[in-house]
Write a protein that binds this ligand. Structure first.
Ligand code: NAD
Length: 265
């Protein structure tokens, strides 16, 4: 009975208000994992600032969440541009005066070996997938420091943990995200800021649907479940790392990949 009561108490803790009272800025929130994370954070009580390159999709997500009673602000932003990131952070502070959680999620896919891609391709992938997380963190960390702390979650990938064929720019950018996370975790622990990476395996999102049919089978068989994750299955890990439940976790790169990087098929 005592054990059962403990589990009921724990599930109460784990299923309601896990980020209640916190302001969360989520990038790439117009679709896919970013959208699922926004929906989950709204259910768990966060006040939301949602940013995306695509103005229409992010406005739609913000409107949908607002209609359920959540506080959600939709912002158009290009996270690979310092000027745009500056304007985004300014708008969030104008609306809410604080940022407790930053989810660096926006990213693009890319295919090709070193011999297949050109300099412009390399730069674009690095700018959107890696420089963006540096820029957003650089502008948000001082805001968190002023408030006494915060949590940053960066979306890397299973591709950030192991090498893979014909995805060199994407793979290197996602390895870089983990390096950035580890350095920021060390540099800002004393400021009360925790920084962690989530490393998803394949996710059933619009990004996945852009992969050619003939390559999809290989991707799905890369994990022991033989299926893609639903975005919510990754969003729960982001929620955990963003919330106070993970108060002893920083500098981690958490694989949520159904064994892609750890189990033999
Ligand atoms: P997605 O393409 O469905 O969504 C990405 C969102 O980011 C889009 O709404 C897009 O408009 C936005 N975006 C792109 N460039 C941007 C920019 N410069 N500024 C602002 N917003 C921008 O992708 P997803 O599957 O939801 O991916 C989310 C994150 O998860 C990415 O970082 C991705 O690399 C990572 N990831 C995805 C998979 C997968 O299989 N889909 C696997 C591992 C990691």
């Amino acid at each position: 009975m005592a054990g059962r009561a403990r589990i009921e108490r724990l599930s109460g803790v784990l299923t309601s208000g896990r980020v209640s009272g916190k302001v969360a800025l989520i990038t790439g929130a117009g679709q896919g994992l970013g959208r699922a994370t926004a929906e989950l954070f709204a259910r768990e009580g966060a006040t939301l600032a949602l940013a995306d390159l695509n103005e229409a999709t992010v406005a739609g997500v913000a409107a949908d969440l607002s209609s359920t009673g959540a506080a959600a602000l939709g912002l158009q932003a290009d996270v690979s541009s310092l000027a745009s990131v500056r304007a985004m952070v300014f708008d969030v502070l104008d609306a809410y005066s604080r940022i407790d959680i930053l989810v660096n999620n926006a990213g693009i896919s890319s295919a090709g070996t070193v011999l297949d891609i050109d300099e412009a391709h390399w730069d674009r992938v690095m700018n959107v997938n890696l420089k963006s997380m540096f820029l957003c963190s650089q502008l948000v960390i001082p805001v968190m420091m002023k408030a006494g702390g915060g949590a940053i979650v960066c979306v890397s990938s299973a591709s950030g943990l192991i090498g893979q064929r014909a995805q060199v720019a994407y793979n290197v950018s996602k390895h870089g995200v983990i390096g950035l996370v580890r350095c920021m975790a060390a540099d800002h622990a004393a400021d009360g800021i925790r920084v962690n990476a989530v490393c998803p395996g394949i996710i059933n999102s619009p990004m996945l649907r852009s992969i050619p049919e003939n390559e999809l089978g290989d991707k799905l068989s890369s994990n022991v479940f033989g299926r893609a994750a639903e975005p919510l299955e990754i969003a729960y890990e982001i929620l955990h790392l963003a919330s106070d439940e993970s108060s002893f976790t920083t500098g981690a790169a958490v694989a949520v990949d159904a064994g892609t990087t750890s189990a033999l098929r």
